[in-house]
Design a protein around this ligand. Structure first.
Ligand code: GAP
Length: 454
């Protein structure tokens, strides 16, 4: 792999690539879009699913102390009274007395309107939860909220999970899903939106062991980003000062990523003590206690909560993978995704549209696509098709040429080095599976031959 560009690409370049290659579009674009809402295109949806799968595999499937849940977005509104969201989940809002634009006070550098320079009102607290009504009657009794975090669905199910899985502490619950916040200002592409996805963990521990488990989760989450290709130098940990923590939080660290706008929050890791379970016990009247059979005690566990944003992960993986490399007289834009994260793993490219070549290439595609997410592309010149695959980060291209019809071999080209090897069609799928799992690209399978690139 060549030397990578230092620092993140500009947001403009990323947005343009995402639009051009079907990664992310503005929501309802034909109507002018909707601020803070985004659509994932054919390539973006694969990228997002791969990130979520990599998280799910590492957090739920590879661990025997974690279980998953998928809880509803709409919940009994008492949930949000208990959690403190109804009274506390707000940001300070100011309005310009002249042009009436509204801003988040703590995001302003000066005490004047950034748009017209007008005088601003005193800040007032603006609740970020979206409200709607459940059922056909629009009355106060029917108000429900779109969940602003997935966490509460896990807390309220704590007794259900303990009873049905017979889990003993320490153990955790994980959930992925949509969350909604009526952010006063959105921006930086998908970084701050009004509809987004979270990947959250609530890890329940015996009080007294919480500090140790906090360290474990902070390190585990940092390792996860690095495992899937985020460069270490683009990650930082920000420790929230003790005096600024909410009354219930014992420690909070943000995992920060070097986004185009600078280092900003990618994930929060919090020691939330027994606050949430205690609140739900108080508001529901149902016991949230855990019976510790080893010590014969009843207590409410403490919780460590690593909470990550899927869309911020998508942005971070895009930034970290992005590169522009000189290639002959041109610049090659390439996304160096980890193979597990890459939206398309293999592209099958017949050298020409001639019927006999297409038939052979279709057969190759069929062989590969049963086990690998592959794309078939027979449009435009081969050079352009390589560029297109580089731009969406496809690790391998398989080229079918006229010689393939004679020797039953195809060429595999690797994205990062652009090196090529020629392998028998009979083994191509098997070889690609191995290469995608990390086997050295340059090692030929039996019957393969090296290719010199002119
Ligand atoms: N349950 C804890 C919780 O929700 P948070 O720090 O408010 O904590 C967790 O949110 C993560 O969710 C953030 O680190 C970020 O990745 C993501 N997130 C929060 N608000 C977001 C928004 N408006 N747009 C996109 N992602 C957001």
């Amino acid at each position: 792999m060549s030397d990578r560009i230092s620092g993140p690409p500009s947001m403009d370049k990323l947005v343009s690539l995402c639009q051009r290659r079907g990664i992310i579009f503005p929501s309802s674009e034909i109507y002018g879009g909707l601020s803070g809402c985004w659509d994932y295109g054919p390539v973006g949806v694969e990228l997002k699913r791969n990130i979520k799968q990599a998280w799910w595999d590492a957090i739920v499937r590879e661990r025997d102390d974690m279980v998953g849940l998928d809880t509803s977005i709409l919940m009994n509104p008492r949930t949000w009274e208990a959690s403190g969201h109804v009274t506390e989940f707000s940001d300070p809002l100011v309005e310009c007395k002249n042009c009436h634009l509204r801003f988040r006070a703590d995001h302003l550098k000066e005490n004047r309107c950034p748009s017209c320079g007008g005088e601003l009102t005193e800040p007032m607290q603006f609740n970020l939860m979206f409200k709607t009504y459940a059922g056909p009657v629009e009355s106060a009794a029917n108000i429900v909220y779109l969940r602003p975090e997935t966490a509460q669905g896990m807390f309220v199910n704590f007794p259900n999970v303990v009873t049905t899985t017979r889990r003993r502490l320490p153990f955790g619950i994980a959930q992925q899903g949509k969350a909604f916040r009526n952010e006063i200002t959105t921006g930086n592409f998908i970084f701050r939106s009004r509809e987004f996805e979270q990947m959250e963990i609530e890890y329940f521990v015996k009080p007294g062991t919480d500090a140790e488990w906090f360290e474990h989760w902070l390190q585990t989450r940092l390792d996860w980003y690095i495992r899937y290709g985020i460069r270490k130098e683009n990650l930082e940990v920000y420790e929230h000062p003790r005096e600024k923590l909410s009354h219930y939080a014992r420690r909070v660290c943000d995992i920060m990523y070097r986004f185009p706008q600078g280092f900003d929050e990618l994930e929060g890791v919090a020691n939330r003590t027994d606050f949430d379970l205690t609140q739900h016990q108080k508001f529901s009247g149902k016991s949230m206690e855990y019976y510790d059979s080893e010590t014969n005690e009843h207590y409410i566990p403490y919780v460590i909560e690593p909470s990550s944003g899927v869309d911020r992960c998508v942005l971070a993986f895009l930034c970290d993978a992005y590169d522009e490399e000189p290639d002959k007289d041109e610049i090659r834009t390439v996304l160096h995704f980890h193979p597990d994260i890459a939206p398309v793993k293999v592209a099958v490219l017949p050298l020409s549209k001639k019927e006999n070549l297409n038939n052979c290439a279709r057969d190759v595609y069929k062989k590969i696509s049963t086990s690998i997410n592959a794309q078939y592309d027979d449009t435009q010149s081969i050079g352009r098709r390589y560029r297109r695959q580089d731009e969406i980060g496809t690790p391998y291209c398989v080229t079918v040429d006229f010689q393939s019809l004679e020797d039953n071999m195809v060429t595999i080209r690797e994205r990062d080095s652009m090196a090529q090897i020629r392998v028998p069609i009979a083994t191509v799928a098997e070889v690609l599976v191995k290469k995608l799992a990390g086997e050295d690209f340059a090692v030929l399978p039996e019957g393969g031959i090296p290719v010199t690139v002119k």
